[in-house]
Design a protein around this ligand. Structure first.
Ligand SMILES: [Zn+2]
Length: 359
C-alpha cells in the first residue's frame, strides 16, 4: 500500500541508489535507512549521510530531507545547514509528506517523525501544546484520549511496541474525527504470560492502577471531564488495574470515562479475518494491524504459533502457553487485512465515543 509512492518518487527526490540489503527490517521506512544501509560514500565517517554524489549529500534520517552541496567537513555541513535554513530550502514536514506519499498525503502510522512534528498534529497532542494553548483548548471541554501501550514480547515477527502502536494509531484517528486531545501514552503495562520472555517490561498491578489513577486525577485538576482510556494490551489483570482506576475517577471525581481495548473491537472481525482459525497474542489480527500501521517493523518470515492451555494451573513459567511466543497464523497476515481491521476499529470507536459523549 505504501510501495507505490516510494517506488516512483517525485522528481524532487533522487531514486534509491540501490535496493535495500536483504534482511533489512526498515525497508519501507525512509527514515530508518541509516540503520540498515551503509554509507554510499566510502570513507564517509558521518553516519546517516548515506548519499554523496557530485558534491551533494542528502540526510535521510531527519523528519525532512536536508540537502547539502559541496560540503566536505562537519563545520562546512553545519554552515551549509544554517544557510539552507536561512534560504528556506528545507521542506516543511507537510511538503515532505506530500512528496513522499502523494496518493494519500498522509504518512502511515502515528509515530512517524513527520506525524509527530507536523504543524496540525501539534494541535491534537497534549504534549505538543504550550500551557497556554492547552488552557485555550480546554475551553471547548474536549474529549481526552489516554492510550495505554506496552513493551511486550509478541513473537519473533512483531516489535515489542505492538500494543503501543495499535492504540496510538486508533486514538489519533478517532481524536481527529471528534476533535479530541491525545494525552501522552503510558508505554508500560502489567504482564503475566509473557513476563519471562525477553523484552517484556512489566509494571505490577498496584503500580499500574496508581499510575492511571494519578493521571486521571491530574487530568481532572486540568478541567478534563471526558476521557477515553484505550489499552492495546488485552491481559485480564492489566485491564482490571486500569478499570479500578477508571472507576475511582467516575465515582470520586465525577468524570465520564470510557475504558476498553482496541483488541476487543478487533475481535468483532475475528470470524471474517481468521476464517475459523485459532488466533491470539501476536497472531493474524495483531500482525495484520501492525503491517498496516508500521510495516517496516514486521518481519517477512512469519509462522504459525500455538496456544497451549495450562488447565487452570498457576505456573511459574507461564510462557509455556506460547511455545513460539505468540499464537495464531501470522503467515496469513496482510496489510490489506490490517487496514480493514484498523478502519473498522476507528469507525466503531468513533461511533461509541459520539454516542457516549455527544449523544
Ligand atoms: Zn498485543
Amino acid at each position: 500500500m505504501n510501495a507505490g509512492p516510494l517506488a516512483s518518487p517525485s522528481p524532487g527526490l533522487r531514486p534509491r541508489a540501490r535496493p535495500a540489503p536483504s534482511g533489512t527490517r526498515h525497508r519501507s521506512n525512509p527514515y530508518h535507512r541509516k540503520i540498515d544501509r551503509p554509507s554510499a560514500c566510502p570513507g564517509n565517517r558521518f553516519r546517516g549521510f548515506n548519499r554523496f554524489r557530485r558534491g551533494r549529500i542528502e540526510i535521510n534520517f531527519l523528519p525532512y530531507p536536508v540537502r547539502y552541496e559541496h560540503a566536505t567537513s562537519l563545520p562546512a555541513l553545519q554552515q551549509n545547514h544554517r544557510q539552507s535554513q536561512d534560504r528556506g530550502d528545507r521542506l516543511s514536514s507537510d511538503e515532505h509528506v506530500q512528496e513522499r506519499y502523494p496518493q494519500t498525503g498522509e504518512m502511515p502510522g502515528m509515530w512517524h517523525p513527520a506525524h509527530r512534528y507536523r504543524p496540525e498534529g501539534g494541535e491534537m497532542r497534549i504534549d505538543e501544546l504550550s500551557s497556554t494553548a492547552f488552557a485555550k483548548a480546554m475551553e471547548a471541554d474536549p474529549i481526552v484520549f489516554l492510550p495505554l501501550g506496552a513493551c511486550e514480547a509478541h513473537g519473533p515477527h512483531l516489535p515489542l511496541g505492538t500494543d503501543t502502536f495499535q492504540p496510538e494509531e486508533t486514538v489519533t484517528q478517532v481524536a481527529k474525527r471528534v476533535g479530541g486531545l491525545v494525552a501522552p501514552t503510558i508505554n508500560y503495562g502489567q504482564h503475566s504470560s509473557t513476563l519471562n520472555m525477553p523484552g517484556t517490561i512489566s509494571l505490577t498491578f498496584d503500580t499500574l492502577r496508581s499510575l492511571v489513577k494519578d493521571i486521571l486525577e491530574s487530568l481532572h485538576r486540568n478541567k478534563v471531564h471526558k476521557v477515553v482510556v484505550l489499552t492495546g494490551h488485552f491481559g485480564s489483570v492489566h485491564r482490571i488495574a486500569i478499570k479500578l482506576a477508571c472507576e475511582h475517577a467516575t465515582q470520586h471525581l465525577g468524570m465520564k470515562v470510557m475504558m476498553l481495548s482496541d483488541y476487543q473491537l478487533a475481535l468483532h472481525l475475528e470470524k471474517e479475518i481468521c476464517q475459523g482459525l485459532e488466533d491470539g497474542h501476536g497472531g493474524l489480527l495483531e500482525t495484520s494491524r501492525i503491517m498496516d500501521i508500521r510495516p517496516d517493523l514486521v518481519a517477512k518470515e512469519r509462522s504459525h504459533g500455538e496456544f497451549v492451555d495450562s488447565g487452570y494451573l498457576i505456573v511459574s513459567d507461564p510462557e509455556r502457553c506460547f511455545p513460539k511466543g505468540f499464537s495464531g497464523d501470522a503467515g496469513l497476515a496482510s496489510e490489506e487485512k490490517g487496514r480493514r481491521i484498523n478502519t473498522y476499529i476507528v469507525d466503531t470507536l468513533t461511533e461509541l465515543v459520539r454516542a457516549n459523549f455527544e449523544g
